[in-house]
Design a protein. Structure first.
Length: 276
């Protein structure tokens, strides 16, 4: 049972890490780490300032003790000068106690000074590391941004390529359909022209029909021409020469006399009055 729960816990942690990794932005993580380092550096600097303040306070106390010691020394000398050995002894006794305090302060001052120097060196090393991390952070962020932009561009190109492939296939299908429609139209025209198919509009005619119509039209023209010649009383060859201008004399020569044949008279129908 314990093995099952351990396995489930492992799977849950793996799934959670994968989900978090999907939503994690390395640039934000780097900025957060840099902010934490700045906070740590600020704490170290604050510690250096506190130690320096304590050292300065010890120095002030030591200066005060030195002043009191000098004063007691002078008082002891004056007491001896006036014959007050007891007062001189008391002053020297107090001076001895102050000297012991001064020695303790000097030891404490040395310790604080050593601690201050240690923290100062640590602050300097930490400052150098923070500066190096900041430079590295900006480099990584710039590289990540460039890679992200390149990825988006490649994805865009990939999408465009897929769309262009679809467009190319659509164009090919359109061209195939166009060629198919053209071939179908040409085949229908050929079938209509050969008479294999009936044209419901009646506009399409086969070769034989067109030839027959052409012969009929030519015959009508010849008949009409013969009738016109008969009305004019002209010979079979005079009308074409008159039309085409053949056989006329050159300019400046007299025109020979020609006999004009009037058209035959048409008999008139008698009026009803004449019949009566």
């Amino acid at each position: 049972m314990a093995g099952i729960f351990q396995r489930m816990s492992l799977i849950f942690r793996a799934k959670t890490d994968k989900a978090l990794d999907k939503f994690e932005d390395p640039r934000e993580t780097l900025d957060y780490s840099y902010q934490r380092q700045l906070e740590l550096l600020q704490k170290v600097r604050r510690g250096v300032a506190d130690v320096a303040t304590s050292r300065k306070r010890v120095e002030l106390q030591a200066n005060g003790l030195n002043t009191q010691i000098d004063k007691l020394t002078q008082q002891a000398q004056k007491a001896l000068e006036v014959g007050r050995e007891d007062l001189a002894r008391e002053a020297l006794t107090r001076r001895s106690g102050l000297q012991q305090q001064l020695s303790d302060l000097q030891v404490q001052h040395a310790q604080l000074q050593g601690e201050e120097e240690k923290l100062t060196r640590a602050s300097q090393r930490l400052q150098a590391k923070v500066d190096a991390f900041r430079t590295r952070k900006e480099t990584i962020k710039a590289t990540y941004s460039a890679a992200e932009a390149q990825t988006r561009i490649n994805e865009a190109f990939s999408s465009i390529s897929e769309e262009m492939g679809d467009v190319g296939m659509a164009i090919q299908r359109a061209e195939d359909k166009t060629q198919q429609m053209q071939a179908r139209a040409g085949a229908i025209d050929e079938l209509l022209a050969s008479g294999a198919l009936d044209d419901p509009t009646g506009t399409a005619k086969d070769d034989i029909t067109r030839e027959l119509e052409q012969l009929a039209s030519t015959s009508e023209v010849e008949d009409e021409l013969s009738r016109m010649k008969a009305q004019l009383g002209a010979g079979p060859s005079s009308a074409p020469q008159a039309i085409e201008g053949v056989g006329q004399p050159p300019v400046g020569q007299p025109v020979p006399n020609q006999t004009y044949a009037p058209p035959p008279a048409v008999p008139q129908q008698p009026n009803q009055g004449d019949l009566r």
